[in-house]
Design a protein around this ligand. Structure first.
Ligand SMILES: [Zn+2]
Length: 586
């Protein structure tokens, strides 16, 4: 591991998880734990718990859990190392850098510098004689010289090695250019420029670094757009085109478009808050990224079927990230670029002001599916609308949109309210049933929520969980485990954790769950947070530990003894006598 484990132990011990989580979630103390609304799934009653004594969090709804590092990884969508750095900064600690880290950082900086040089080269080509056609193309699409400079637009000439040669002069070898995604190699191993005869859109991240490029053809050849491949510095689901500019906007919202040209046209018309996703649908990561810079997102996608479908997919993602979502209804043009060209800036501003919130938008989309003059279709419309409205969390929203749907279909608001209420009750009944099923099935309850971790032997696993729990609550108990090893456990994860805890304790190191984040996967950490969140008294801890170990060993003998009852009984008897212990029946 790149970061020394002792540093992680120290970091975890210096971070208070209640304090950390409070920065994101409003927590209330109830009993020994703190409770709040889970930040990882949508809910109305708190099932997210934080235990101050164990320094863990666990959600009984979505089963996410772990220590401080896992929380930051999940919340900030960071990698393990990024989360450690984030927490270290918060705690005022300096992360020791290994040679490996330094090497990686240097390499990253070199790649970014190369991208910057490439962007300069592309931009300069626009004004060279062979760039005349590209320049004419861009100005022909209505872009001013100022806009070309502002976005650093450029041109990749129709050449196999124009960029390669330029970068070679600056000391970059072909392998590096290949790695940066600026060149490609054919099956004969020949390396040549990736972008040829295309206008170029540099992709700049929020820190202002050029991380990749988009290239567009100027005629009808294919592919229309070609983007840098993902690599060490470019990740398309974590970056948005023009967010580096939009994040500084005072507009109080961000406009989401489907493409580079729409975004650039909007900026040129004075809407400096427009961004575009990069050749991919909007992701949850994009939504979280946006939520750092704005409270409101306006979706301004194309008016065609694909645009509507993309908007429908984007709405819940943006909502989940805590954004107020509005949808712009394109009229008389296929996209924002064309709209502004045809009707001008003022008309777009008006369209923007009229953009409806997403509930109206969804209601409108349902309305379009049916012919409301037809009685049978009107009933279908009411059913579908009532179902959508029943899922809204606010009672005021349900009333307002219920009334609106009723008006559209020509029925009374009361009738609609009845329909919504009925559907809402159905939803709640379903949810209660699900909860009851969970509560009534203790064996199923014990099974990890994560499929890959299912227990084969539930009885043994319960005892194994007990051992792990006790060891974490009172590490000195690890000195009374009668030579138990993880290999005797039925659940591989619990066995692995037991060995880890025993070795760490022997080394005089922390056995807090939170310090295991680097060794265990997020799924494993989630499951262990649940294991640790079960009640376990320390009153008779020594006796409880002995009981657990006995069950583990008995179950192991049972597994190994197969179906031969006599052999099993004899083995159990030997085992008991050897231990001088006769309490636990089987
Ligand atoms: Zn949850």
């Amino acid at each position: 591991m790149a970061i020394p484990e002792r540093f992680i132990d120290e970091l975890v011990s210096r971070t208070d998880i209640v304090d950390l989580v409070s920065g994101y979630v409003r927590l209330n103390k109830k009993g020994n734990n703190y409770w709040g609304l889970c930040p990882f799934h949508s809910e109305k009653t708190p099932s997210f718990s934080v235990a101050i004594d164990k320094q863990i969090y666990y959600c009984f709804g979505c089963h996410k859990g772990g220590g401080a590092i896992n929380f930051v990884m999940e919340m900030e969508q960071m990698s393990y190392v990024e989360a450690v750095r984030h927490l270290a900064q918060r705690a005022g600690m300096q992360v020791p850098e290994s040679e490996y880290d330094k090497g990686r950082k240097e390499k990253r900086e070199r790649l970014l510098e190369m991208n910057k040089q490439a962007a300069r080269y592309f931009h300069a080509q626009l004004y060279a004689p062979h760039g005349a056609q590209a320049l004419a193309y861009l100005t022909g699409r209505g872009l001013s010289r100022g806009t070309l400079t502002r976005f650093g637009l450029g041109f990749a000439p129709d050449s196999w090695d124009g960029l390669l040669n330029t970068l070679a002069q600056q000391g970059y070898d072909k392998a590096e250019v290949l790695e940066a995604g600026l060149a490609v190699s054919n099956d004969k191993g020949r390396i040549y420029d990736r972008f040829r005869n295309r206008v170029i859109f540099p992709i700049i991240d929020v820190r202002g670094s050029v991380i990749g490029f988009g290239g567009r053809v100027m005629d009808d050849s294919k592919p229309k757009y070609l983007n840098s491949p993902e690599g060490p510095v470019y990740n398309k689901s974590r970056n948005l085109f023009a967010l580096n500019i939009a994040k500084k906007s005072n507009a109080g919202r961000i406009i989401l478009t489907e493409g580079y040209m729409d975004t650039i046209a909007l900026h040129q018309a004075g809407f400096d808050c427009a961004v575009a996703s990069l050749g991919t649908a909007l992701t949850a990561e994009h939504a979280l990224l946006l939520s750092r810079y704005t409270k409101e997102a306006v979706i301004a996608y194309d008016g065609d079927g694909a645009g509507v479908a993309a908007a429908q997919r984007a709405i819940p993602l943006l909502e989940r990230a805590g954004l107020k979502v509005k949808v712009l209804q394109m009229r008389g043009a296929k996209d924002p670029d064309e709209f502004i060209k045809s009707y001008g800036r003022e008309a777009f501003a008006k369209l923007l002001d009229e953009s409806t919130n997403h509930i109206e938008y969804r209601l409108e989309q349902i309305k379009r599916k049916f012919d409301l003059k037809d009685d049978a279709q009107r009933v279908e419309f009411l059913r579908e609308a009532a179902d959508m409205i029943a899922g809204l969390s606010g009672s005021v929203e349900r009333e307002v949109y219920g009334t609106r749907a009723a008006q559209a279909a020509g029925v009374s608001a009361e009738a609609m309210a009845q329909e919504v209420k009925k559907r809402r009750e159905q939803r709640m009944r379903k949810e209660r049933k699900r909860q009851e099923r969970r509560d009534l099935a203790p064996a199923a309850n014990l099974q990890p929520a994560q499929r890959g971790l299912r227990y084969d032997n539930v009885r043994s696993a319960a005892a194994e969980e007990g051992v792990v729990r006790l060891a974490m609550l009172d590490p000195t108990l690890l000195e009374q485990t009668q030579g138990l090893t993880g290999a005797e456990f039925s659940a591989p994860l619990l066995g692995k954790v037991f060995d880890l805890l025993r070795d760490r304790h022997a080394d005089g190191r922390s056995v807090q769950l939170g310090s295991l984040s680097g060794t265990l996967s997020p799924e494993e950490m989630s499951h262990l947070a649940r294991v640790l969140d079960q009640p376990e008294g320390l009153g008779q801890a020594g006796k409880a530990l002995a009981d657990y170990i006995d069950i583990i060993r008995t179950e192991r003998l049972r597994r190994e003894g197969g179906t031969d009852d006599a052999a099993l009984r004899a083995a159990l008897e030997r085992h008991r006598k050897a231990k001088g212990y006769g309490g636990e029946g089987t």
